[in-house]
Design a protein around this ligand. Structure first.
Ligand code: GDP
Ligand code: MG
Length: 178
């Protein structure tokens, strides 16, 4: 097979957007450090973490993850934050319809002002709290499909679908799939 031994190494900027409290920082800490701290403090300023994953056939993707709280309070700062991002992960909390509305606001904002090639994922987090679910799975599925996004429900608490989220994003990167 032509190209089968060719290796690819991509490095991509990834930003997280969504309401305060939906679990963005916990998703990042679960993915990068394998930890969940229920008493974690809200993100102060910006934090930057990176994590490399290996896909099939010697392809690696290094995610440079920007996690800041500023965009939650000062929407005017958001463009500085997502400028140059190859990936945007838009997060809501499945127990909070308000956070789902806010996620849709961010998707529109990215469609208007983001990098046109940006890979977007819609994430319904806190899936472990299914007894308090207020956003049906199908609402997430439908909205994501309409907007050409990848959709997944996760739990940073139980680690459910956290690695899958980043693997699926990696597979959708033009640098990897082309
Ligand atoms: P951020 O403001 O979006 O960065 O949210 P954080 O990551 O700081 O999380 C906000 C709160 O939600 C914290 O109290 C976390 O412990 C909690 N949390 C985050 N992810 C989950 C999850 O998957 N399940 C549950 N039950 N709680 C979570
Ligand atoms: Mg945070």
């Amino acid at each position: 097979v032509v190209g089968a031994t060719e290796s690819k190494n991509a490095r991509v900027k990834l930003v997280l957007l969504g309401d305060s409290g939906v679990g963005k920082s916990c998703i990042v800490l679960r993915f990068v450090r394998g930890q969940f701290d229920p008493n974690s403090k809200v993100t102060v300023g910006a934090s930057f973490l990176s994590q490399t994953i290996a896909l099939h056939d010697s392809t690696t993707v290094k995610f440079e993850i920007w996690d800041t709280a500023g965009q939650e309070r000062y929407a005017a700062l958001a463009p500085l934050y997502y400028r140059g991002a190859a990936v945007a992960v838009v997060v809501y909390d499945i127990t909070s319809p308000e956070s789902f509305d806010k996620a849709q606001y961010w998707v529109k904002e990215l469609q208007k002002h983001g990098n046109p090639d940006i890979v977007m994922a819609l994430v319904g987090n806190k899936a472990d709290l299914h007894e308090n679910r207020k956003v049906p799975v199908q609402d997430g599925v439908d909205y994501a499909e309409k907007n050409g996004m990848f959709f997944i429900e996760t739990s940073a608490k139980t680690a459910d679908n956290i690695n899958e989220l980043f693997e699926e994003i990696a597979k959708r990167l033009p640098q990897v799939s082309s």
